[in-house]
Design a protein around this ligand. Structure first.
Ligand SMILES: [Zn+2]
Length: 418
């Protein structure tokens, strides 16, 4: 039979080895018939799955590693740590010893008075968790960056988790909604998160990818709690505006100009037949969201209506229930993901700007202010050419980048006082 695997948190072990105590009790979580255990000696940051059983960690002298399992068991059973422990069920025992600069480790499954050898693996510390991305991303720099994500629907949920996977170290999450059944099909959260605040559920999803991330959550409507929001974005390097209505976008546009903050706006357009993205950077010649809308791009009327709440807010009150229901036509998650992915790439480019990293070349590619993506040849895109083998015509499933000039008459981003 395969050796059972025991995962221990390297950070917890280093602390244990340096502390004065010789033993520590914890909880091991196991998945039936899978022969794998995860040990926690401190309360986990995120809810864990699996079934709990006892776990013990012991500091031992180095010579104990040379003993046979039978001898080791006798030794352990005689020791104070085990006296009074009634092992009616299984327990995981991990022993550690410091040998010069190394930590030697061994784990056993104790069941029915038999010790079975296990393989012990570390969940690595912060510095090593994302070392695989090194060379492509400046992981060390991204760890210092702080991103505000406003709106945690299908866009915000995927993007926050992707950025955490890339190594972004700090997040502020803003949304006052809870996870509903209608969200599940496109959202990163699942059935187990129903009814939870989206902020908390996404925080957990982020921490599951990188437990060393710092995540603050705000269950506020930024349209109603602007003072707090404006204070909280002060130390953010980037704001992602992923809401589904214009008032919050306009508010973020005003704030970002005042506070000189970078913003990326993204959304799906009707039934996710496509989507668009706008990037604002506080540079003199760059357009703001109001300039863009003034030029007929990022039109409000094209908004995808994906839920009843949004409908009740955006459609006139005299429309019938049947008419209303027919307007809710959401696209597929796979229609949303290419747009999320582009927002992640633009975010990483903005967060790594000026640094030499593997994605630096993207700075020369992703220069547009506004990006358009089309999923299907429908409605206004119905006359586009079939994708087939075409390279030179407008076709679906491609990115179109547009340079947008600043509107010199825009009242939002021009200083009209002088
Ligand atoms: Zn403007």
């Amino acid at each position: 039979m395969e050796k059972p695997i025991v995962y221990v948190y390297e950070e917890e072990i280093i602390k244990f080895i340096s502390d004065a105590q010789d033993k520590i009790r914890g909880v091991a979580f196991e998945w039936e018939h899978e022969n794998v255990f995860h040990i926690h000696t401190v309360a986990p940051k995120t809810p864990v799955s699996g079934l709990p059983c006892k776990s013990f960690m012991l500091k031992v002298s180095h010579d104990i590693f040379t003993l046979s399992n039978e001898k080791l068991l006798q030794n352990l059973e005689l020791s104070d740590e085990f006296r009074g422990c009634n092992f009616t069920k299984k327990a995981v025992i991990s022993v550690f010893s410091r040998s010069e600069s190394r930590i030697v480790k061994k784990s056993f499954l104790y069941e029915n008075t038999v010790l079975t050898d296990c393989e012990t693996l570390y969940v690595p510390q912060k510095s090593e968790l994302y070392s695989r991305s090194k060379g492509i991303l400046e992981v060390g720099i991204l760890e210092q960056k702080k991103v505000a994500v406003v709106g945690l629907g299908s866009f915000g949920s995927h993007i926050a988790v992707e950025l955490a996977k890339a190594g972004v170290g700090n997040f502020k999450l803003f949304d006052f909604d809870r996870v509903e059944l209608s969200n599940i099909a496109r959202h990163i959260c699942g059935i187990n998160d129903l009814g939870r605040y989206k902020t908390h559920a996404i925080r957990d999803a982020v921490l599951l990818k990188n437990p060393y991330t710092d995540v603050s959550t705000f269950e506020i409507n930024i349209n109603e709690n602007g003072v707090l929001f404006s204070e909280e974005i002060e130390d953010c390097d980037l704001i992602l505006c992923l809401t589904d209505e214009n008032r919050s976008r306009q508010y973020i546009n005003d704030l970002s100009i005042e506070k000189q903050k970078k913003v990326i706006y993204g959304r799906a357009i009707t039934r996710a037949e496509g989507g668009d993205i706008f990037r604002y950077t506080p540079e003199k010649e760059k357009p703001c969201l109001a300039c863009l809308i003034g030029k007929g791009l990022f039109k409000y009327k094209e908004e995808e209506i994906s839920n009843k709440k949004q409908l009740a807010r955006d459609l006139p009150a005299y429309t019938s229930v049947e008419e209303n229901e027919s307007v809710i036509q959401v696209g597929l998650s796979s229609d949303i993901l290419p747009i999320c992915n582009m927002i992640v790439k633009l975010s990483l480019v903005e967060l790594s700007k000026g640094l030499q990293s593997g994605i630096s070349s993207l700075e020369e590619d992703l220069v547009a202010d506004y990006y358009l993506w089309v999923n299907r040849r429908e409605k206004k895109y119905k006359n586009w050419e079939k994708l087939e083998y075409r390279a030179n015509q407008l076709s679906i499933l491609r990115w179109y980048g547009v340079r947008v000039a600043k509107d010199s008459h825009c009242l939002t981003c021009n200083d009209v006082s002088s």
